[in-house]
Design a protein. Structure first.
Length: 336
């Protein structure tokens, strides 16, 4: 006679039986409104320029950037993070193109605001690396080191010209000590109290940035390990977090996302401000490359990676798949 007592009474598999069942009990829900699209706009080009290491991503013209912004709005994406790529001849030691009111990033901000108004949260990268001939995120001293406080003065100027151009959110990303406080003061000084600050709180010196440097035409030689965080450290991020909040950050971010989900979870547990995570170029490139080889299922891998980032605590995710993912997440798409 069969003994049934040895069979389990608790069967978690009961809640995995059908796609609709799995959707109903899902603990984490990814939504188009969670997503922010990073976008590059290049000065002096008449056609979009493909980025070889990031299939499907381009350096936009001003016209194609406006179209990308409209597509993002239509897909339900919440924000767009703009990166300017100036002509090489305009790069110099101080990154002056970054504070030129008619510089490519400021022009792009005005273009996107004119196209979509307040239907998309327009964000701007506040950093000098795209505009310096040495490729670092700040001003160099006589010995070739990044001068923290001289750089802060440049960031204050950048914040003001970006705000004057109409940006909703500035994202100081250079990892200079005191950058959030200086940017906040600079904005308030010119009556731009409504412009929010997204602090790049935990930005690690990562090997996954490689494709991004092609995307912005970086002139960097060497590395940024003296100002970006060491991959070995987590408590250091919590100190950076405390400082950014004290200085007035409205939102905070962890970058990269995938390799630093533990940091993201700890930051998210510690704060009551919105937390963002940036799924960076190398993360994008790996999935696209593996999919091109037929080693993974591309579409499923994209949504799985984004869901993991949200599960770890991100309220907002910067991802190059933002518009595509949002379109696939639209009401009426199939249950998982």
């Amino acid at each position: 006679m069969t003994s049934y007592g040895s069979f389990p009474g608790a069967r978690p598999r009961r809640l995995r039986t059908t796609p609709v069942m799995r959707r109903m009990v899902a603990e984490t829900r990814l939504h188009p409104a969670d997503l922010i699209l990073p976008a590059f706009v290049r000065e002096g080009v008449s056609e979009p320029v493909p980025i070889s290491a990031m299939p499907g991503v381009v350096q936009h013209t001003r016209d194609t950037l406006r179209k990308a912004a409209v597509e993002a709005v239509e897909a339900g994406v919440s924000g767009i993070m703009l990166f300017g790529v100036p002509e090489d001849t305009k790069k110099d030691a101080l990154g002056t193109a970054g504070t030129d009111p008619d510089g490519i990033l400021q022009v792009a901000i005005r273009d996107v605001r004119a196209e979509v108004g307040d239907e998309l949260v327009v964000m701007s990268d506040l950093c000098l690396d795209e505009y310096t001939d040495h490729g670092h995120c700040g001003v160099l001293d006589a010995e070739g080191r990044v001068d923290n406080d001289a750089t802060l003065e440049r960031y204050a100027e950048m914040a003001q010209v970006q705000a004057d151009a109409g940006v909703h959110v500035v994202g100081p990303s250079g990892m200079m000590d005191g950058q959030v406080g200086v940017v906040r003061d600079a904005l308030d000084t010119i009556g731009k109290e409504d412009v929010a600050v997204l602090a790049y709180t935990a930005k690690y010196a990562s090997a996954f940035y490689g494709p991004f440097r092609e995307a912005v035409g970086s002139s960097l030689k060497g590395d940024r390990k003296t100002y970006q965080q060491d991959a070995a450290n987590l408590r250091e991020s919590m100190r950076e977090l405390a400082l950014d909040l004290e200085e007035g950050a409205d939102m905070v971010m962890v970058k990269p996302a995938g390799p630093y989900l533990d940091v993201l979870a700890k930051v998210a547990d510690a704060v009551d401000v919105p937390v963002a995570a940036y799924q960076i170029s190398g993360e994008y490139a790996m999935i696209e490359a593996a999919a091109e080889k037929g080693w993974i299922e591309r579409d499923k891998a994209i949504l799985e990676s984004l869901t993991g980032i949200k599960r770890a605590g991100a309220r907002m995710i910067l991802t190059y798949w933002a518009t595509e993912a949002a379109q696939r997440l639209a009401p009426g798409t199939a249950a998982r």
